[in-house]
Structure formats: C-alpha cells, structure tokens
Design a protein around this ligand. Structure first.
Ligand code: ZN
Length: 190
C-alpha cells in the first residue's frame, strides 16, 4: 500500500476520459487500496484514479464525513438523478480552491466492486455531490468547468481569522494559471 502523488489541474490526464476496467487484476486491486489510502491521507471525500495519474474508470468515495469504510467504484454509471442543489465544492487536484456548483440532490450510481460484483450506491446531498464529482473526473471534467464563476475563491491560511483562513476571490483563468505554476514548480523540484 502506498500514498500516491496527486496530480494537479493542468495535467492532461485529468482532461482525458478514463478507460473502462476490463479485468480486476492485481494492479487494479492495488490501485484501489492506494486510492483509499491517498484519499484518507489527504482528508478527501473521494478520489478518482485519474487524480493519481491512472486513466482507468475507478474511484473511491467516503460514505459519510466521519469515516466509515471507503467504497470502491469500478466503471461507475449514474443510473438515476433527481433534483438540483447548490453547494460548496473543492477538489484535491485543485488544492485550496473552492466554489459553488449545482449538482443533483440525489443520485443512484451503479458500478462494480473490487470483487467484480454489481453494486448500487445511493447518495443524497453531500454524498450525491461527491459521487457526481468523481464520476465527472472519469469523463475529464473538473468542478471549475461547472462552478458558478463569481463564486470561486482561494482559502488562504490566516491566523487572524477564527476559521483559520480567509477567502480571496479569483477567476477560473487565474486559478488555472496558479496551478500551472504549481505544476512547473513541482517538476523543478522533482
Ligand atoms: Zn476532484
């Protein structure tokens, strides 16, 4: 098991459609274990394989905020969706960026689990948001593609604030440029 490095916005792997898994081999099993570990290490609610640079239709999600055993989704499809709900969203591939995205209030996702069994996962509110967000990743879509443009902001650490951070408005273009610089920096340092 290993915590893998999360790729940032600007990496082309995040913009390609992921391939369906044909066979759940050792590599896929290991990928799922690593996704779980990487998600938990980064306090994420979900993580798609493309976010660790693997273009396969695999994602993990946390069934609730408090923990619980993460659920692995292989070749997920959205079977049903109802309602619309606005909510705050962020992404481990766009660290410290946040904004408002309209998502379905409820979804039913069908997928395969790691044992190759058909499973259905239902989510409402935050869980629905999380499921659709991960599903989007497998189609090369990021939350900034769907964000209400005027709602995008950085969460800057700030000790003077009670919450420990302050919100700083930004635009999609500024944010993308910032992640591009972050990627370049990381490539320099290895
Ligand atoms: Zn994400």
């Amino acid at each position: 098991m290993a915590v893998r490095r999360i790729v940032y916005c600007g990496d082309p792997v995040l913009r390609r459609a992921a391939r369906r898994v044909r066979e759940i081999d050792d590599e896929v099993v290991e990928l799922i274990r690593d996704l779980r570990e990487t998600m938990l290490a980064n306090s994420g609610l979900g993580l798609a394989a493309v976010q660790v640079g693997v273009p396969l239709a695999v994602a993990v999600v946390r069934p609730d905020l408090e923990g619980g055993e993460p659920i692995a989704l292989i070749n997920p499809e959205i079977a049903e969706e109802d309602g619309r709900e606005e909510g705050k969203e962020g992404c481990l591939s766009l660290p410290t960026l946040s904004g408002i995205v309209v998502r379905p209030q409820r979804v039913l996702v069908s997928a395969m689990n790691v044992d190759g069994e058909e499973i259905e996962v239902e989510g409402e509110d935050l869980m629905a948001r999380c499921l659709v967000h991960e599903f989007d990743h497998l189609r090369g879509t990021l939350f900034i593609d769907r964000v209400e443009p005027d709602s995008l902001y950085w969460m800057r650490p700030d000790e003077r604030e009670e919450s420990g951070y302050r919100m700083e408005e930004t635009t999609i273009e500024e944010a993308e440029a910032a992640f591009e610089r972050l990627r370049a920096q990381r490539e320099d340092t290895g």
